[in-house]
Design a protein around this ligand. Structure first.
Ligand code: 2YJ
Length: 276
């Protein structure tokens, strides 16, 4: 699993308006609307201002990524939630978050990144948040996916979840991965997912692409007018790729916003109210 780096995270807090603008321009929806669409709820049916989020820096494994917790906190603030980063880390940080009244607790180690709803004891994880957020954005950019063919590049945790979500939105799914065992394992779980083993051929013959792989996709492979929803990091699309295709990407905000809204949706109805 790819780990975020200090460099990937350092500008997130100051570029959240750009992410929102990019989603409006490419997918016709704000970050909050994308997150609500990802979990199939009406944006007016949930009052995000009611939720206090606590983000805990976690030191285990490879340790703290500078600005990671601050970025998560700023992402959830940008969609209307209250948020703080705990002054302490790990278990002490968890106790601090509870003491300070967090309704939702975000934390990530090297393997998992979750948003835990304290009252419901349920959590949202980043693989789901990322897959469903990027599928929602692709659906918006494509003006619906019913009957359209979508290529998933990368059959890992995000790609596998995306297959389910794309199928549920009526898309026909093709999968490609350098690891052919992984594509086969994914296709075995779905009756109607096709496999393309040649990645270059797969990219150059598909207009709608969900790229959940860390692989570099050269601009020569990309077809004119393609729509590429791409959580994959490192993000290496060049200017030529951006001229040919609509490219939807950010390193953290899309997945985190979906996790926040899904975690909020786990609360009982008194935290939600219809504001229409
Ligand atoms: O608290 C911190 O600063 C660090 N422990 C954050 C670690 C962030 N974790 C990752 O980037 C991992 N790759 C897990 C992300 C899950 C993606 N599906």
């Amino acid at each position: 699993m790819t780990r975020l780096t200090n460099d990937m995270v350092k500008d997130i807090s100051t570029s959240l308006e750009n992410v929102n603008d990019m989603l409006v321009r490419c997918a016709g929806m704000t970050t909050k609307e994308m997150a609500c669409d990802a979990i199939a709820i009406d944006p007016n049916s949930i009052d995000l201002e009611e939720f206090q989020v606590g983000v805990i820096p976690i030191t285990s494994g490879l340790g703290i990524i500078s600005k990671f917790s601050e970025s998560v906190s700023d992402i959830v603030k940008a969609i209307g939630m209250e948020s703080f980063v705990t002054e302490t880390t790990d278990v002490t940080g968890f106790a601090e978050a509870l003491t300070r009244g967090a309704d939702i607790i975000f934390m990530a180690d090297d393997y998992e990144y979750i948003a835990f709803n304290v009252a419901s004891k349920k959590y949202s994880n980043n693989s789901f948040g990322t897959a469903s957020g990027y599928v929602a954005a692709l659906n918006g950019a494509a003006k619906g996916l019913i009957g359209k063919t979508v290529l998933i590049a990368g059959a890992g945790r995000v790609g596998s979840r995306a297959a389910n979500l794309l199928t549920a939105r009526g898309a026909k799914v093709i999968v490609t991965d350098v690891d052919k065992e992984k594509s086969r394992a994914l296709a075995d779980n779905f009756s109607n997912v096709m496999i393309m083993d040649d990645i270059a051929e797969a990219i150059s013959s598909n207009k709608y692409i969900l790229n959940a792989s860390p692989a570099h996709i050269p601009s020569e492979y990309i077809i004119e007018g393609a729509i590429i929803s791409t959580p994959g990091i490192p993000h290496t699309f060049d200017e030529a790729a951006y001229r040919k295709a609509t490219i939807i990407h950010d390193p953290l905000a899309i997945g985190t916003a979906v996790m926040a809204v899904q975690a909020a949706s786990f609360s009982n109805q008194d935290k939600k109210k219809c504001r229409r």
